[in-house]
Write a protein that binds this ligand. Structure first.
Ligand code: NAD
Length: 291
């Protein structure tokens, strides 16, 4: 099955990155959002991110111009009906996502593949709310999309091989690498990464090490490019806590219980870089540990 037209629902942080890489790979992209400001901001972000890539010699200015020309925006969801593939990247709330799929389905062509970029909602459950669970998958990009190499492709219980292969071809055309995952909480990356971060917070909570000794241990002792607490601040401590709760609830195993110290930081509104304070205080340069 040949995919040429891709609809992207949600023009936030992930949606604009997804539109960016698809357009550079030659796909026609129709980007949808409920907010005109989000659509305008997305086009501006894509333009400036491509400009930076051109300045660094990663793309030519012709590629920049042509790719930008392949992205159209539309506030009306039914306009995505002509797409061969839809990637939903709207707000991480199940009611929002199911409403999008229910509104979209009557306008789709029979061959259209539906996918979601969700980090934590069951693909099988989302698929069951559509008319085509066999053509429904998880298409999970990492943030920031233009930089990160991996895409997790998640099969729901009913996903057929044709849909999977069509999505795999798209990932190949983006020059990215796919990891195939089954539909269980956290898929692969978050299932492994978040318990590691949570364990680093426990290590801090129990006084085994300070923020800087924990981060330098993993950087220098395990060759991680970033320490786990630094990385948690980068991801957002609210996001880390939400994913731990998904693992804890979905896998019903106490080994996934979120560390009380992580909960405390979130309750304080110390969410990491985005609020200027988390395990480090970013109001000073260089940032200083908060414990
Ligand atoms: P975001 O808040 O930056 O963007 C969400 C966008 O969806 C907003 O522009 C909002 O206006 C729009 N939206 C809300 N309801 C809509 C609707 N009914 N129709 C169309 N658009 C609608 O969020 P994000 O960080 O880009 O996350 C989007 C999705 O990607 C989520 O499912 C999230 O779990 C997933 N994800 C996020 C990350 C990350 O690091 N941020 C990584 C991987 C996957």
């Amino acid at each position: 099955m040949e995919i040429q037209k891709v609809g992207v629902v949600g023009a936030g942080q992930m949606g604009n990155g997804i539109a960016h890489v698809l357009a550079l790979a030659g796909y026609d992209v129709l980007l949808n959002d409920v907010s005109q400001e989000a659509l305008d901001a997305a086009i501006q972000t894509i333009d400036s991110n491509m400009e930076r890539q051109a300045t660094r010699g990663k793309i030519t200015s012709d590629q920049h111009k042509e790719a930008l020309g392949r992205i159209k925006t539309d506030l009306r969801l039914p306009s995505l009906g002509a797409s061969d593939l839809v990637i939903e990247a709207a707000t991480e709330r199940e009611t929002v996502k199911t409403a999008i799929f229910e509104d979209l389905v009557p306008h789709l062509q029979p061959h259209t593949i539906l996918t979601s970029n969700t980090s934590s909602i069951s693909i099988t459950r989302l698929a069951s709310r559509t008319d085509r669970p066999e053509k429904f998958m998880g298409f999970h990009f990492m943030n920031p999309v233009p930089v990160m190499q991996l895409v997790e492709l998640i099969r729901g219980i009913a996903t057929d091989e044709e849909a999977y292969k069509a999505c795999l071809t798209v990932v190949d055309n983006l020059n990215k690498t796919a990891a195939s995952a089954e539909d269980f909480p956290g898929f692969i990356v978050n299932r492994i990464l978040m318990p590691m971060i949570n364990e680093a917070v426990y290590t801090l909570y129990e006084g085994v090490g300070s923020v800087s000794s924990i981060d330098s241990s993993l950087r220098l002792g395990a060759n991680h490019p970033m320490g786990p607490l630094e990385l948690a601040d980068f991801i957002g401590l609210d996001t880390c806590l939400a994913i731990m709760n998904v693992l804890h609830d979905g896998l019903a195993d106490t080994k996934y219980r979120p560390c009380p110290l992580l909960t405390k930081y979130v309750e304080a509104g110390w969410l990491g870089r985005k609020t200027q304070r988390g395990f480090y205080d970013y109001r000073q340069d260089p940032p200083v540990p908060t414990r």
